[in-house]
Design a protein around this ligand. Structure first.
Ligand SMILES: C[S@@+](CC[C@H](N)C(=O)[O-])C[C@H]1O[C@@H](n2cnc3c(N)ncnc32)[C@H](O)[C@@H]1O
Length: 296
């Protein structure tokens, strides 16, 4: 191999040759250049990583099936069985579907999928919520008819659909609008309360949309206590179904940290740090023993 000229601008990072005079490195420190190269390598290997992961999942699935066939592990309960075992709580979950005009076609499609997950997860949850879709309009009906025709079979006892707003259907004092922009942090989900999720996919284009709407309507607002349990690099705005799933997990386990860890997707948890707290359950028990009351 020819030795590199003394003033060569070619460098090597983990077997990857790069030209330091490339304008994209201009003004960057050595460490920043390495970080950039590492990110580029990570992106370039995306497809390979995906297919390795797919293969791993396939092998794991086959192995699990074999173990089930041979009676080594139990078969998980079917959705039908889970739905049968699901217990209805007195906690309401309202999806406010009044944002049809604010979404693009693509966002509408994700939204419809999220509604499907929300319905499906709630139906089979050990502790289910009284699910309602309010301000349900023709735009949403058409979309569901086209993209999720099975919605016609949604069971009436697990979801109610209303063209009216929640303001016309519920006692205002029972309503809590969930919003990542709220200053109030929720500590627990209460029986008799009806929690509203903004039915929108907006990549956070409309910051404060739901918070402002609720304040105008004189409704209490609250955000999930993510910051008390996880230190996340990215913003804490979640999707409709993620919020629903976190609530369902909390109803089942009474453990916010577990609920977040089980529900927030891995990519959002990439740089996450757990905040070590006493478990809320332990705190509650201690306070109960002392006879003190926690603010709702
Ligand atoms: C994609 S977000 C919509 C963001 C929208 N810009 C807004 O103003 O809320 C969908 C809904 O999930 C709920 N949500 C998302 N992240 C939340 C959080 N950290 N705490 C409470 N609710 C949250 C809110 O009800 C929100 O309206």
């Amino acid at each position: 191999m020819d030795p590199k000229p003394i003033n060569s601008t070619i460098r090597n990072f983990k077997g990857l040759e790069y030209d330091i005079s490339d304008p994209k490195f201009e003004g960057l420190s050595k460490r920043a250049i390495k970080r950039l190269l590492r990110d580029e390598q990570w992106d370039a290997n995306k497809e390979e990583r995906k297919s390795t992961l797919r293969e791993k999942v396939r092998v794991r699935r086959l192995e699990k099936r074999r173990q089930m066939r041979e009676g080594i592990i139990e078969r998980p309960p079917t959705k039908k069985k889970l739905a049968y075992l699901s217990e209805m709580t007195n906690v309401g979950l309202i999806v406010d579907c009044g944002f049809s005009d604010l979404m693009t076609e693509k966002e509408h499609l994700s939204y419809v999928k999220q509604l499907g997950y929300t319905y499906g997860k709630n139906r089979i949850a050990p502790k289910a919520m009284k699910l309602a879709l309010t301000s349900f309009d023709d735009t949403l009906k058409d979309l569901l008819d086209r993209k999720l025709p099975t919605w016609q079979q949604w069971k009436e006892n697990t979801v109610s659909v209303h063209s009216e707003s929640y303001m016309d259907l519920y006692d205002k004092d029972s309503l809590v609008y969930l919003s990542a922009d709220s200053d109030n942090v929720i500590e627990k989900l209460e029986e008799g309360k009806n929690y509203i999720i903004g039915g929108i996919v907006d990549k956070n284009r409309y910051k404060n949309l739901c918070q402002d709407k609720a304040v105008k309507q004189g409704i209490q607002t609250a955000r999930l206590p993510i910051g008390n349990y996880l230190q996340m690099a990215s913003r804490k705005v979640l999707t409709v179904n993620q919020v629903c799933e976190i609530m369902l997990k909390w109803l089942e386990l009474h453990d916010w940290q577990q609920a977040f860890m089980d529900t927030i997707p891995g990519r959002k948890l990439k740089d996450v740090k757990l905040i070590e707290n006493e478990s809320p359950r332990e705190e509650e028990e201690e306070e109960e023993e002392e006879g003190s009351q926690k603010a709702p």
